[in-house]
Structures are given as C-alpha cells and as structure tokens.
Design a protein around this ligand. Sequence first.
Ligand code: 13P
Ligand code: SF4
Length: 336
Amino acid sequence: MVDHDVVEKASQNLTEVGFLNIPVDKKIDLHAEIRRLKKEKNVVLLAHYYQQPEIQDLADYVGDSLGLSQQAAQTDADIIAFAGVHFMAETAKILNPSKKVILPDLKAGCSLAESAPPDLFRNFIEAHPGHIVVTYINCSAEIKAMSDIICTSSNAEKIINSIPADRPIIFAPDKNLGHYIIKKTGRNLVLWDGACIVHEAFAIDKLLELHKQHPQAKIVAHPESEDHLLKVAHYVGSTTGMINFVKRDPATEFIIATEAGILHQMAKEVPYKSLIPAPSHEDNTCACSECAFMKMNTLEKLYLCLQYEKPEVVVPEEIRLKALIPIQRMLEISKG
Ligand code: 13P
Ligand code: SF4
C-alpha cells in the first residue's frame, strides 16, 4: 500500500535543479563540442524519435519509451543525457539512480503527465478499491509510485493481458490508448480522462481527404490518437512499431499519424518510400504535428547541459523506490 504522506512530501520536494539561460557563442561548432563532451565525460545520449533530427543524429541510441528505459537501465556510462521529455529522464533516474541524469530543458513536460496531478489521482484510486492500477509511462514519478504496473504503447496490450481476468483495472492517464486497449483485449478498464495534445490534433476529415488523393497509402497511427482515426489506420503501434511496420510492409506510400520528428528515422530506414505526415486541425500549410515539449530541447541547450552537467533530474529516494517496482514489473513482463 502506498504511504500517501511520503508521496505528498516528496512531490513537494521534486524540485528543478536550476535552468540554464546562458548565451552560446555562435562560432562554436555545436556538433563537434557535443561529441567531445560526450566522450570526455563518458555520457550516453539517449534520444526519442520526436527530437529534432540533429539531436537524433548525435545520439547513441534513438528509440521509443520502452527502448529508452531499457537502455537507461543497462548503461554503464557515468552520465545519461536524456533528449526527450521530463517523465522519460525521470524514469531513467528511477531505473539507474547511481547515474547523473541530465535533461537539456527541465520544462520539457508532457500533456499526458500533466493531466494526472497526484492528489486527484490518489482520490481516483481510493474511489476504485481493489483495482489494479496500470499506468502509461507518460506520467510523473509520484504517479508511478501509486501504480501497480507501468506500460508503454508497445506493451500495453501484453501488460493488460497479464492481469487475471477477474481483477478490475484502472488505466491512466491516456484515455485514447485506454479505449484502444479495451478494444484489443476486451477488458473493461476504468479510464482516467487524459490525452496527448499532439495526437488529438490530427484532423480525421483532412486525413480522409488526403487518403483519397493517395488511395494506395497505408495509414500508420500511434495509439494516443483518437478512436475515429485509429479505426481507419492500417497499423497502430508505438513509434518503434510504426517504423518497423513501414520497413516490412510492401506498400510504398504511408500516411504517418504521430509527431513529425519520427519522419527523420523513418526516412533513413526506407529512403525509397513516400512518407506523408497526417494533417492536423490547426495547420493547413506544413501538415505536421510537433510536440512543443519535445522540441524545447535544442542543440544549444544540449551543449550547455553537457558542459555544466545541468539541469539534473532528481527523484526523492522514497518515491524512486516505490516507482521502481511497477517499472520493473513492466520490464519483466516485456522480456518474454
Ligand atoms: P512511444 O513510446 O511510442 O515512443 O510514445 C511516446 C510518446 O510520448 C508518444 O507521444
Ligand atoms: Fe506527451 Fe504527446 Fe508530447 Fe508524447 S507527443 S511527449 S504524449 S505531449
């Protein structure tokens, strides 16, 4: 059982360790400097697919949330520089606490993580006694500490299927992923009302119009997207799953419904295939959706972060130990 006082105290202490706002000399070769600092300081640079292409190209590993967690858990580098959002860096710290974990911009949050404030989530759990709490990795360390098992978009179905059929389940914070998993597993999940602002921005009418113009194209979508979009998708999966589908499927044209950063690695994998970003509501010109949080990390901030080894991501030990258990459960179930 979670000690709510400990969680409460720790959430107040979950402070940011400074935010760098230092001008960077334009003459500096940032790519060369980042490579030098990485080597000198024995840093592993982990990047999510939604990072800007230049950062992805400098990274030692580029992947989805599950792959990044696995890399963070097993690295023997002294420093983990996380080019992603805060919950991802926090997960790295929870898994590998002896490493210094740095994030170029501590304000790189996530709309899903923000949708679940610890106090409200605690009340939600208390209102559903006896439920197993399965939480999507896109949440804060305090929320993980209140959870029984963590999941990512690549293993959510497997995690839910691992729970005995007679056990009621809370699934949080992404209601769209939750609805998708209800359909896939037939389980009756109690959903938290959270969503990703990027994936909810895709416009189904524009997407269908686009598909009319490219009738041979396969629609590939992330499960954080809304049900009406997932219904018309030929493939639904995590960012790594989407890349693998585009690689193995014989089609030569794909409409990609996720954050536009993924197109960089996808295009490298299948340079001879046509990748069309799915259109979003607010943008008629570039037809792309960008995660403003992910894009807070810039090359300049990454350089400063490596130079000064700040800002550092810290997780109070009581919270870390509680959050570690459901993450380890996830990693264990994901092995098989
Ligand atoms: P993946 O784990 O599929 O990379 O998803 C992360 C994410 O934040 C999607 O919006
Ligand atoms: Fe969060 Fe959505 Fe950005 Fe992913 S794309 S980090 S879910 S806001």
